[in-house]
Design a protein around this ligand. Structure first.
Ligand code: COA
Length: 254
């Protein structure tokens, strides 16, 4: 069974996270495949929309922690950063269907999606501080902008999760539906986008995003350098060791 299903039909490329036994956490190989798929989708005229979807019980538990320990992202060219730059600069519309946990990059990825449909079981979190890390995917810039500083501080400094209703109120998602309906709704909306005049869609997205694009790229690069350094520091080592050993982390000696 492959960890990603990538399928193109009717001018829509659908990337389905298919690693449910590990809560759809992302490995280096998955980031590389997703970055390559986005390059294909960008270049292929016949693809007009990309959809990200998970399972109705889980969107993604974020980075695969064991994989992170084996291959920490220490340079801007590693697959995770390549993937994030591809998503942030993707010129065509991106639709996402989110059910269950969306942790770390499972949430920050959504700041770069255009239409997000959530199951009523969706639970968003950006617990980077709890892992001895810092935000990624330009979420240190985009979360305060989208959520307001107060709510972003609870989400990013405390690592507090928030549910679909709160995400809707913040404008992070477009609609809440029963989990069994989220992927189908995302597909329907993607089909509607794919049927519209492509140049109008591309120009509209570009106009909505371009004033901020260079700030997003700059912030991602800044976060990435700090994130890579922090991965080797004691707090992250303790947090990851605790996760692997299924115990609570202890930061009292730091
Ligand atoms: N990396 C690697 N493995 C992960 C993972 C991750 N981010 N998240 C979950 N898994 C694995 C678990 O180790 C477990 O594996 P096992 O069956 O071999 O023991 C399996 O997926 C099921 O996870 P479990 O924690 O038992 O599921 P749950 O339903 O109780 O909780 C989550 C789901 C997503 C809330 C919880 O798994 C979680 O918090 N994961 C870590 C999220 C995280 O910190 N991500 C990093 C962000 S940078």
């Amino acid at each position: 069974m492959t960890d990603l299903l990538i399928d193109t039909a009717d001018r829509v490329m659908t990337i389905t996270f298919n690693r449910v036994d590990k809560k759809n956490s992302f490995t280096t190989a998955m980031y590389a495949d997703m970055a390559d798929a986005l390059t294909d989708a960008r270049l292929e005229d016949n693809i007009r929309v990309v959809v990200f979807q998970g399972h109705e019980t889980v969107f993604s538990a974020g980075n695969d922690i064991a994989d992170f320990l084996k291959a920490p992202p220490l340079s801007p060219d590693v697959p995770v950063f390549r993937f994030l730059r591809s998503v942030a600069n993707f010129p065509k519309p991106i639709v996402a269907a989110v059910c269950g946990p969306a942790v770390g990059i499972g949430t920050t990825l959504l700041f770069h999606c255009d239409l997000v449909y959530a199951g009523d079981n969706a639970a968003f979190s950006m617990p980077f501080v709890n892992l001895g890390l810092c935000p990624e995917a330009a979420s240190s810039l985009l979360a305060p902008q989208r959520m307001g500083y107060g709510r972003a501080a609870e989400a990013l400094l405390l690592g507090d999760p928030f549910m679909a209703e709160a995400a809707m109120e913040m404008g992070l998602i477009s609609r809440i539906v029963p989990p069994a309906e989220a992927n189908a709704l995302a597909q329907r909306q993607a089909q509607r986008l794919a049927a519209k005049p492509p140049t109008s869609v591309l120009e509209t997205k570009r106009l909505m995003k371009h004033s901020q694009a260079s700030f997003v790229d700059q912030r991602m690069a800044e976060e990435g350098a700090i994130f890579g350094r922090m991965l080797g520091e004691p707090a992250a080592r303790e947090a990851f060791g605790a996760f692997m050993a299924k115990r609570q982390p202890d930061f009292s000696n730091l």
